[in-house]
Design a protein around this ligand. Structure first.
Ligand code: SF4
Length: 176
C-alpha cells in the first residue's frame, strides 16, 4: 500500500478520518484543504514560491511504499517549509513534517529540518527528527497499515475538532 504524509497527519487527528480517507471516501473539502495550504503559502509568502522547489519523494520501507510531496523545499538549507491556516499549533502538523524529514533521510538526505509557519498566529515552529521520532514513525507505519486494512471503519471520536471535519455529516448524520 501507499502511505503518504496525509495519512500520517490524519492518523494523529482521528483514526476514523484516516480510515475514511485511505479507503477512498473523500469529501471535496479534504482536497481543498491541501490546496488551501499551498495557496496560503503562496499568498502569505509570494517571494518564496520562486525560491523553493517542489519535490516528490518515495521510498520502500519494510514492504510499504512511502510517499510525500513537499511543496516548498529549500535545497540549500535542507529545510521544508509548511504553512498552516489554523489558529493553533497542532501535533499532527509536526508529524507530517517529521515524516517528510524521514522520507528525505530514506532518500539519502541527512540533516534536513522543517519550519511550520502559522501566518495567523505570526508564529513559526521548527521541526527536527530525533531518534525516538524515527522509532515512533517506524512503529506508526505498520499501525496505519493495519488500521486502514480493517473491514470496519473505526468509531467516531466525539471531539471538538469533529465540527470542523469534512466528514462531520457522514459521521453524525444519525444524530442530526
Ligand atoms: S467527524 Fe470526528 S469522528 Fe468523524 S472523521 Fe472527523 S474527526 Fe473523526
Amino acid at each position: 500500500m501507499n502511505l503518504n504524509a496525509t495519512l500520517i497527519n490524519l492518523y494523529h487527528v482521528c483514526p476514523r478520518e484516516c480510515w475514511l480517507h485511505a479507503n477512498g471516501i473523500n469529501m471535496e473539502h479534504t482536497s481543498d484543504t491541501v490546496y488551501d495550504g499551498k495557496l496560503l503559502h503562496e499568498t502569505s509568502y509570494p517571494q518564496r514560491a520562486d525560491k523553493y522547489t517542489e519535490i516528490e519523494l518515495s521510498a520502500n520501507w519494510n514492504g510499504a511504499t512511502l510517499s510525500g510531496k513537499i511543496d516548498f523545499y529549500d535545497q540549500k538549507e535542507k529545510t521544508i517549509h509548511e504553512t498552516k491556516r489554523g489558529k493553533s499549533v497542532e501535533e499532527a502538523h509536526t508529524w507530517q513534517v517529521k515524516f517528510y524529514i524521514w522520507l528525505l533521510e530514506l532518500n539519502g538526505v541527512e540533516g534536513a529540518m522543517g519550519k511550520i509557519e502559522y501566518p495567523r498566529l505570526r508564529k513559526t515552529t521548527e521541526v527536527f527528527l530525533t531518534g525516538p521520532d524515527r522509532a515512533f514513525l517506524e512503529e506508526t507505519v505498520p499501525n496505519i497499515r493495519e488500521l486502514v486494512q480493517r473491514e470496519k471503519c473505526p468509531p467516531t471520536i466525539n471531539a471538538r475538532i469533529c465540527k470542523k471535519c469534512s466528514y462531520y455529516e457522514l459521521c453524525y448524520i444519525d444524530e442530526a
